[in-house]
Design a protein around this ligand. Structure first.
Ligand SMILES: NC(=O)c1ccc[n+]([C@@H]2O[C@H](COP(=O)([O-])OP(=O)(O)OC[C@H]3O[C@@H](n4cnc5c(N)ncnc54)[C@H](O)[C@@H]3O)[C@@H](O)[C@H]2O)c1
Length: 253
Protein backbone atom coordinates (compact mmCIF):
# COMPACT_ATOMS: atom_id res chain seq x y z
CA UNK A 1 0.00 0.00 0.00
CA UNK A 2 1.42 3.37 -1.02
CA UNK A 3 1.53 6.17 1.56
CA UNK A 4 -1.40 8.21 0.17
CA UNK A 5 -3.03 5.52 -1.96
CA UNK A 6 -6.13 6.85 -3.79
CA UNK A 7 -6.31 10.00 -1.71
CA UNK A 8 -7.89 12.84 -3.68
CA UNK A 9 -5.61 15.87 -3.46
CA UNK A 10 -5.65 19.50 -4.57
CA UNK A 11 -2.37 21.41 -4.77
CA UNK A 12 -2.44 25.15 -5.54
CA UNK A 13 0.39 26.97 -7.29
CA UNK A 14 1.39 23.61 -8.70
CA UNK A 15 2.59 24.65 -12.16
CA UNK A 16 6.18 24.82 -10.89
CA UNK A 17 8.42 24.92 -7.85
CA UNK A 18 7.37 23.52 -4.50
CA UNK A 19 3.75 22.96 -5.56
CA UNK A 20 4.80 20.87 -8.52
CA UNK A 21 7.22 18.91 -6.32
CA UNK A 22 4.42 18.28 -3.80
CA UNK A 23 2.12 17.05 -6.58
CA UNK A 24 4.86 14.71 -7.84
CA UNK A 25 5.50 13.32 -4.35
CA UNK A 26 1.78 12.68 -3.75
CA UNK A 27 1.37 11.02 -7.16
CA UNK A 28 4.39 8.80 -6.56
CA UNK A 29 2.66 7.49 -3.43
CA UNK A 30 -0.63 6.62 -5.10
CA UNK A 31 -2.69 9.83 -4.86
CA UNK A 32 -4.87 11.50 -7.48
CA UNK A 33 -3.87 15.14 -7.78
CA UNK A 34 -5.60 18.22 -9.16
CA UNK A 35 -2.94 20.82 -9.86
CA UNK A 36 -4.19 24.41 -9.93
CA UNK A 37 -2.40 27.64 -10.82
CA UNK A 38 -2.85 30.98 -12.56
CA UNK A 39 -0.23 29.83 -15.09
CA UNK A 40 -2.45 27.76 -17.35
CA UNK A 41 0.10 26.83 -20.02
CA UNK A 42 2.67 25.48 -17.55
CA UNK A 43 0.04 23.78 -15.39
CA UNK A 44 -1.56 21.95 -18.31
CA UNK A 45 1.82 20.84 -19.63
CA UNK A 46 2.88 19.49 -16.23
CA UNK A 47 -0.41 17.67 -15.65
CA UNK A 48 -0.10 16.01 -19.08
CA UNK A 49 3.45 14.95 -18.26
CA UNK A 50 2.36 13.52 -14.90
CA UNK A 51 -0.23 11.16 -16.42
CA UNK A 52 -3.80 10.01 -15.89
CA UNK A 53 -3.90 10.41 -12.10
CA UNK A 54 -3.08 14.12 -12.49
CA UNK A 55 -5.23 16.92 -13.89
CA UNK A 56 -5.03 20.70 -14.06
CA UNK A 57 -7.49 23.54 -13.49
CA UNK A 58 -6.75 27.24 -13.79
CA UNK A 59 -7.35 28.93 -10.45
CA UNK A 60 -6.59 32.25 -8.82
CA UNK A 61 -6.63 31.40 -5.09
CA UNK A 62 -7.90 34.88 -4.20
CA UNK A 63 -11.23 34.28 -5.99
CA UNK A 64 -13.77 32.84 -3.57
CA UNK A 65 -16.00 31.36 -6.32
CA UNK A 66 -13.07 29.59 -7.89
CA UNK A 67 -12.68 27.39 -4.83
CA UNK A 68 -16.12 25.86 -5.28
CA UNK A 69 -15.42 25.33 -8.98
CA UNK A 70 -12.21 23.47 -8.16
CA UNK A 71 -13.75 21.26 -5.46
CA UNK A 72 -16.84 20.56 -7.61
CA UNK A 73 -14.63 19.47 -10.51
CA UNK A 74 -12.42 17.32 -8.28
CA UNK A 75 -15.43 15.66 -6.64
CA UNK A 76 -17.04 14.93 -10.01
CA UNK A 77 -13.81 13.41 -11.31
CA UNK A 78 -12.46 11.42 -8.36
CA UNK A 79 -14.76 11.92 -5.35
CA UNK A 80 -14.57 14.18 -2.29
CA UNK A 81 -11.18 15.72 -1.49
CA UNK A 82 -8.95 14.17 1.18
CA UNK A 83 -6.02 16.59 1.01
CA UNK A 84 -5.57 20.28 0.22
CA UNK A 85 -2.10 21.78 -0.10
CA UNK A 86 -2.37 25.59 0.04
CA UNK A 87 0.92 26.34 -1.68
CA UNK A 88 0.38 29.28 -4.08
CA UNK A 89 2.36 32.31 -2.99
CA UNK A 90 4.31 35.36 -4.08
CA UNK A 91 7.23 37.34 -2.67
CA UNK A 92 8.15 40.90 -3.61
CA UNK A 93 11.26 42.58 -2.35
CA UNK A 94 10.76 46.01 -0.76
CA UNK A 95 11.61 47.02 2.78
CA UNK A 96 9.07 48.60 5.12
CA UNK A 97 9.94 52.13 3.95
CA UNK A 98 9.46 51.29 0.27
CA UNK A 99 6.73 48.66 0.05
CA UNK A 100 3.67 50.14 -1.70
CA UNK A 101 0.26 49.48 -0.15
CA UNK A 102 -0.74 47.69 -3.38
CA UNK A 103 2.11 45.18 -3.01
CA UNK A 104 1.35 44.72 0.68
CA UNK A 105 -2.32 44.01 -0.05
CA UNK A 106 -1.64 41.68 -2.99
CA UNK A 107 0.84 39.70 -0.91
CA UNK A 108 -1.67 39.30 1.92
CA UNK A 109 -4.46 38.50 -0.55
CA UNK A 110 -2.60 35.63 -2.20
CA UNK A 111 -0.46 34.29 0.64
CA UNK A 112 -2.90 34.68 3.54
CA UNK A 113 -6.46 35.24 2.27
CA UNK A 114 -5.92 32.56 -0.40
CA UNK A 115 -5.01 30.10 2.36
CA UNK A 116 -8.05 31.18 4.40
CA UNK A 117 -10.43 30.74 1.45
CA UNK A 118 -8.97 27.35 0.58
CA UNK A 119 -9.08 26.14 4.17
CA UNK A 120 -12.67 27.30 4.62
CA UNK A 121 -13.81 25.65 1.38
CA UNK A 122 -11.93 22.43 2.17
CA UNK A 123 -13.40 22.17 5.67
CA UNK A 124 -16.91 22.38 4.16
CA UNK A 125 -16.07 19.41 1.88
CA UNK A 126 -14.08 17.33 4.39
CA UNK A 127 -16.26 17.81 7.48
CA UNK A 128 -17.30 14.47 8.96
CA UNK A 129 -15.29 12.32 6.54
CA UNK A 130 -11.90 13.76 7.51
CA UNK A 131 -8.94 15.14 5.64
CA UNK A 132 -5.62 16.89 5.85
CA UNK A 133 -4.95 20.53 4.99
CA UNK A 134 -1.31 21.46 4.55
CA UNK A 135 -0.54 25.16 4.46
CA UNK A 136 2.79 26.28 3.09
CA UNK A 137 4.02 28.98 5.44
CA UNK A 138 7.76 29.71 5.68
CA UNK A 139 10.57 30.32 8.12
CA UNK A 140 9.82 33.91 7.11
CA UNK A 141 6.76 33.52 9.35
CA UNK A 142 9.08 32.66 12.24
CA UNK A 143 11.81 35.27 11.86
CA UNK A 144 11.88 38.71 10.27
CA UNK A 145 13.78 39.64 7.12
CA UNK A 146 14.22 43.36 6.38
CA UNK A 147 13.60 43.02 2.63
CA UNK A 148 10.22 41.27 2.75
CA UNK A 149 7.92 42.76 5.41
CA UNK A 150 4.70 41.95 3.53
CA UNK A 151 5.81 38.36 2.97
CA UNK A 152 6.83 38.06 6.65
CA UNK A 153 3.41 39.32 7.75
CA UNK A 154 1.57 36.97 5.39
CA UNK A 155 3.49 33.88 6.47
CA UNK A 156 3.25 34.72 10.18
CA UNK A 157 -0.47 35.06 9.55
CA UNK A 158 -0.67 31.65 7.87
CA UNK A 159 1.09 30.00 10.81
CA UNK A 160 -1.29 31.26 13.48
CA UNK A 161 -4.39 31.00 11.25
CA UNK A 162 -3.69 27.30 10.70
CA UNK A 163 -3.49 26.75 14.45
CA UNK A 164 -6.83 28.43 15.05
CA UNK A 165 -8.52 26.42 12.29
CA UNK A 166 -6.85 23.19 13.47
CA UNK A 167 -8.16 23.59 17.01
CA UNK A 168 -11.65 24.35 15.71
CA UNK A 169 -11.70 21.25 13.48
CA UNK A 170 -10.27 18.97 16.18
CA UNK A 171 -12.69 20.15 18.88
CA UNK A 172 -15.59 19.87 16.44
CA UNK A 173 -14.73 16.22 15.79
CA UNK A 174 -14.42 16.78 12.03
CA UNK A 175 -11.43 14.48 11.59
CA UNK A 176 -9.64 17.25 9.71
CA UNK A 177 -6.01 17.99 10.53
CA UNK A 178 -4.41 21.31 9.59
CA UNK A 179 -0.67 21.89 9.68
CA UNK A 180 1.97 24.23 8.31
CA UNK A 181 5.15 23.41 6.46
CA UNK A 182 7.75 26.12 7.02
CA UNK A 183 10.39 25.78 4.32
CA UNK A 184 13.70 27.58 4.46
CA UNK A 185 15.32 28.72 1.22
CA UNK A 186 14.56 26.31 -1.63
CA UNK A 187 15.81 26.20 -5.20
CA UNK A 188 12.80 27.61 -7.07
CA UNK A 189 11.91 30.53 -9.27
CA UNK A 190 10.65 32.45 -6.25
CA UNK A 191 14.19 32.66 -4.89
CA UNK A 192 16.00 33.05 -8.22
CA UNK A 193 13.41 35.64 -9.35
CA UNK A 194 13.83 37.66 -6.14
CA UNK A 195 17.61 37.62 -6.49
CA UNK A 196 17.24 38.76 -10.11
CA UNK A 197 15.54 41.97 -8.94
CA UNK A 198 18.72 42.96 -7.05
CA UNK A 199 21.96 44.28 -8.51
CA UNK A 200 24.38 41.40 -9.26
CA UNK A 201 26.61 42.47 -6.34
CA UNK A 202 23.71 42.73 -3.90
CA UNK A 203 22.31 39.36 -5.06
CA UNK A 204 25.68 37.68 -4.66
CA UNK A 205 26.26 39.05 -1.19
CA UNK A 206 22.68 38.23 -0.11
CA UNK A 207 23.03 34.63 -1.40
CA UNK A 208 26.42 34.22 0.30
CA UNK A 209 25.17 35.67 3.59
CA UNK A 210 22.06 33.44 3.46
CA UNK A 211 24.06 30.31 2.76
CA UNK A 212 26.28 31.26 5.69
CA UNK A 213 23.21 31.17 7.96
CA UNK A 214 22.23 27.63 6.89
CA UNK A 215 24.04 24.98 8.96
CA UNK A 216 23.53 22.35 6.21
CA UNK A 217 25.29 24.82 3.88
CA UNK A 218 22.89 24.69 0.91
CA UNK A 219 19.39 25.58 -0.24
CA UNK A 220 16.69 22.87 -0.17
CA UNK A 221 15.78 20.80 -3.19
CA UNK A 222 12.01 21.08 -3.84
CA UNK A 223 11.64 17.32 -3.23
CA UNK A 224 12.96 17.80 0.31
CA UNK A 225 10.10 20.20 1.08
CA UNK A 226 7.63 17.91 -0.70
CA UNK A 227 8.63 15.06 1.63
CA UNK A 228 7.27 17.08 4.57
CA UNK A 229 4.04 17.82 2.70
CA UNK A 230 3.65 14.12 1.93
CA UNK A 231 4.06 13.18 5.60
CA UNK A 232 1.43 15.70 6.72
CA UNK A 233 -0.93 14.65 3.92
CA UNK A 234 -0.63 10.96 4.82
CA UNK A 235 -2.19 9.09 7.73
CA UNK A 236 1.32 8.68 9.17
CA UNK A 237 0.75 12.10 10.74
CA UNK A 238 -2.64 11.15 12.23
CA UNK A 239 -1.79 12.69 15.65
CA UNK A 240 -0.27 15.87 14.20
CA UNK A 241 -2.47 18.94 13.97
CA UNK A 242 -1.94 22.66 14.50
CA UNK A 243 1.80 22.29 14.13
CA UNK A 244 4.68 23.76 12.13
CA UNK A 245 7.03 21.40 10.35
CA UNK A 246 10.20 23.43 9.78
CA UNK A 247 12.35 22.23 6.87
CA UNK A 248 15.20 24.72 6.71
CA UNK A 249 18.57 22.97 6.89
CA UNK A 250 18.86 24.16 10.50
CA UNK A 251 18.64 27.86 9.59
CA UNK A 252 16.34 28.80 12.47
CA UNK A 253 17.78 26.27 14.92
N1 LIG B 1 11.20 28.77 -2.52
C1 LIG B 1 11.40 29.04 -1.25
O1 LIG B 1 12.53 29.24 -0.80
C2 LIG B 1 10.24 29.08 -0.28
C3 LIG B 1 10.54 29.14 1.07
C4 LIG B 1 9.50 29.17 1.99
C5 LIG B 1 8.20 29.14 1.56
N2 LIG B 1 7.93 29.11 0.23
C6 LIG B 1 6.53 29.08 -0.17
O2 LIG B 1 6.28 27.95 -0.97
C7 LIG B 1 5.22 28.23 -1.88
C8 LIG B 1 5.68 27.91 -3.29
O3 LIG B 1 6.81 28.71 -3.58
P1 LIG B 1 7.79 28.43 -4.81
O4 LIG B 1 9.14 28.72 -4.33
O5 LIG B 1 7.47 27.16 -5.45
O6 LIG B 1 7.35 29.68 -5.74
P2 LIG B 1 7.22 29.81 -7.32
O7 LIG B 1 7.17 31.27 -7.58
O8 LIG B 1 8.24 29.00 -8.02
O9 LIG B 1 5.79 29.14 -7.61
C9 LIG B 1 4.61 29.72 -7.12
C10 LIG B 1 3.45 29.29 -7.99
O10 LIG B 1 2.26 29.93 -7.47
C11 LIG B 1 1.51 30.41 -8.58
N3 LIG B 1 0.65 31.53 -8.16
C12 LIG B 1 1.01 32.80 -7.88
N4 LIG B 1 -0.07 33.53 -7.59
C13 LIG B 1 -1.15 32.70 -7.65
C14 LIG B 1 -2.54 32.88 -7.42
N5 LIG B 1 -3.05 34.06 -7.09
N6 LIG B 1 -3.33 31.78 -7.56
C15 LIG B 1 -2.83 30.58 -7.91
N7 LIG B 1 -1.53 30.38 -8.16
C16 LIG B 1 -0.69 31.43 -8.02
C17 LIG B 1 2.55 30.85 -9.61
O11 LIG B 1 2.00 30.93 -10.92
C18 LIG B 1 3.59 29.73 -9.47
O12 LIG B 1 3.34 28.64 -10.32
C19 LIG B 1 4.85 29.71 -1.67
O13 LIG B 1 3.77 29.82 -0.78
C20 LIG B 1 6.10 30.26 -1.02
O14 LIG B 1 5.84 31.42 -0.27
C21 LIG B 1 8.92 29.07 -0.71
Amino acid sequence: MARVQDKVCVVTGAARGLGLAAAEALLAEGAKVMLTDVDRAAGEAEARRLGARAAFMPQDVTREDGWNEVFDAVTARWGAPDVLVNNAGIADIADVERVPLKTWQRTLDINLSGVFLGTQAAIARMKGRGGSIVNIASIEGLVGEALIPAYNASKGGVRIFSRSAAIHCARSGYGIRINNVCPGFAETQMVSGALATMSPEAAQSFAAATLGRIPLGRFARPAEIAAAVLFLASDESSYVTGSDLVVDGGMTA
